[in-house]
Design a protein around this ligand. Structure first.
Ligand code: NAD
Length: 475
């Protein structure tokens, strides 16, 4: 990034300010919503490899207009207070936009998780969780973390276990964190959720010819050429679903150590396995390796999916970015300055607060499942199947009795007779959420002359909802 670029938090604030200026909020409320309520910094020691290592971690609470507050915990060397506060603010707006009943929070630990083995990560995670739990910064009713960059199911399971050890009589202990593995209180479909949400967001965008035209594009997702930055949890799932189910072609994957280019399409699973085995994309035999991967952000494509980290599209490269459509799978990948340049060029940006909200949406479902202590679909699935069977039997009886002589196709029967299990219900709930949130943003985008982009529209919807919540209950 260039030096005259605002910080990540300033960038989020600038985008917030732009939208808030279009709302008629009571005096002072705008500032109350914008500021981060609190940030806790902790330094703790863990004995590893014969000596004590000191780690620094953060947990920010941006807004408590609804509780618990919610947001992931990131493990990365670059974690700092500014970043965690920016991410916490985005969580507030994201939750409001997708109507997940949470305030915004975020956490981080300054660590490169690749430098530690699984046992060491567990030890560090347990100690970090202990520090947060004793200050109610992990708590089913107050603050519920989730995975983010560098963390996943394993870390969440350890945090949940640490909470249970420290709160042995809390019957809702499992709801203290989401993103746990299914066998440890998690929910089907959480690992894929953010990438799945990116897919649903794009599917919804491509249902609206007017919106497609705003990006200077036409047609459907089928055959669209895609660049993905970051083949981690979010980027991998988004790329996999878009190629396998929507006919997209991933031509470039940009990773830490460079990029792979294959104009005929990259086998997403093949590359993911290669990275897992070799630690990077270099040497992958079915594509051309580009050492300076970031130049590929500027390559020709239809859709650019930054799914790694913030600030990657900035004042330094925005003018060269050719993608007519950018979907922010990562948080904050486009800086405020770059956003202006891209808007002038007519690039359509599907903003982070919407695009990657699939994770928190399914986290919300997991939290509800943990509080209700029952898996979704358990009560009604077989009953639903029995009722469908009744209809099929009756139709087949009528056909036989009246000798109309038609039959239901076996494929239809198999699909129709199967009651929805947890995964189907989660996907359905996520799809509905992404469509509803898009409709809310779109109504503002198309309905107001002073709103030119989806980001401002998304912020407007969110700020309005947060403001209404404060106004309803008082500060
Ligand atoms: P992850 O750690 O699983 O994956 C990140 C990927 O990006 C890795 O493959 C990593 O090698 C790659 N990467 C790191 N630095 C890079 C660089 N400089 N250039 C190119 N690639 C680089 O993380 P994730 O969970 O997929 O999160 C990615 C982004 O999505 C973050 O911005 C995160 O805040 C956001 N997000 C994640 C979730 C979630 O549920 N995991 C939810 C919402 C938003």
């Amino acid at each position: 990034m260039t030096t005259n670029e605002p910080s990540f938090r300033e960038s989020v604030d600038l985008m917030f300010n732009r939208a808030a200026a279009l709302l008629d909020l009571p005096p002072g409320l705008e500032e109350k919503i914008r500021v981060c309520n609190s940030t806790y910094t902790v330094r703790f020691g863990v004995k590893l490899r014969g000596r004590i290592h000191t780690f620094t971690g953060y947990r920010s609470v941006h807004s408590e207009h609804m509780e618990p507050v919610k947001g992931g915990i990131r493990y990365a060397l670059g974690v700092n207070q500014d970043e965690v506060e920016a991410l916490a603010a985005l969580m507030t707006y994201k939750c409001a936009l997708v109507e997940a009943p949470f305030g915004g929070s975020k956490g981080g630990l300054c660590i490169d998780p690749r430098e530690y083995d699984a046992d060491e990560i567990e030890k560090i995670t347990r100690r970090f969780a202990y520090e947060l739990i004793k200050r109610d910064l992990i708590d089913p009713a107050q603050n519920v973390p989730a995975p983010d960059m560098g963390t996943g199911e394993k870390e969440m399971a350890v945090m949940a276990d640490q909470y249970a050890r420290m709160n042995t009589t809390d019957i809702n202990a499992r709801a203290c964190v989401t993103g746990k593995p299914p066998h440890a209180g998690g929910i089907q479909g959480r690992v894929e959720a953010t990438g799945r949400g990116v897919q649903y967001a794009l599917q919804e965008f491509f249902r609206h010819p007017e919106d497609i035209a705003k990006a200077g594009m036409s047609g459907s997702l089928d055959g669209k050429r895609v660049i993905v930055q970051g083949l981690g949890n979010v980027g991998y799932h988004a790329a996999k679903f878009l190629t396998e189910e929507d006919g997209c072609i991933v031509t470039h994957v940009i990773e830490r150590d460079g990029a792979v280019v294959a104009e005929n399409g990259i086998d997403v699973d093949g590359l993911r396995n290669w990275i897992a085995e070799h630690g990077g994309v270099k040497g992958y035999p079915y594509g051309t390796y580009v050492e300076d991967g970031s130049v590929c952000l500027e390559a020709d494509c239809d859709i650019l999916i930054p799914a790694a980290l913030e600030g990657v599209i900035n004042l330094g490269n925005a003018a060269n970015v050719k993608a007519p459509l950018i979907i922010e799978a990562a948080n904050g990948p486009v800086t405020a300055g770059a956003n202006d340049i891209l808007m002038e060029k007519g690039t359509v940006i599907i903003p982070d607060l919407y695009a990657n909200a699939g994770g928190v949406t399914v986290s919300y479902f997991e939290w509800v499942k943990n509080l209700s202590h029952i898996r979704f679909g358990r009560m009604q699935r077989r009953q639903e199947e029995a009722r469908h069977q009744l209809i099929v039997d009756e139709l087949e009886r009528i056909s036989k009795d009246s000798s109309i002589n038609w039959t239901l196709s076996p494929n239809f029967k198999t699909k129709y007779l199967r009651g929805a299990g947890e995964l189907e219900l989660v996907r359905s709930g996520l799809d509905d959420t992404m469509r509803e949130a898009y409709a809310a943003m779109r109504a503002v985008w198309h309905g107001r002359d002073d709103v030119r982009d989806l980001r401002t529209a998304g912020f407007l919807v969110s700020i309005d909802r947060v403001a209404s919540s404060y106004q309803a209950k008082g500060i």
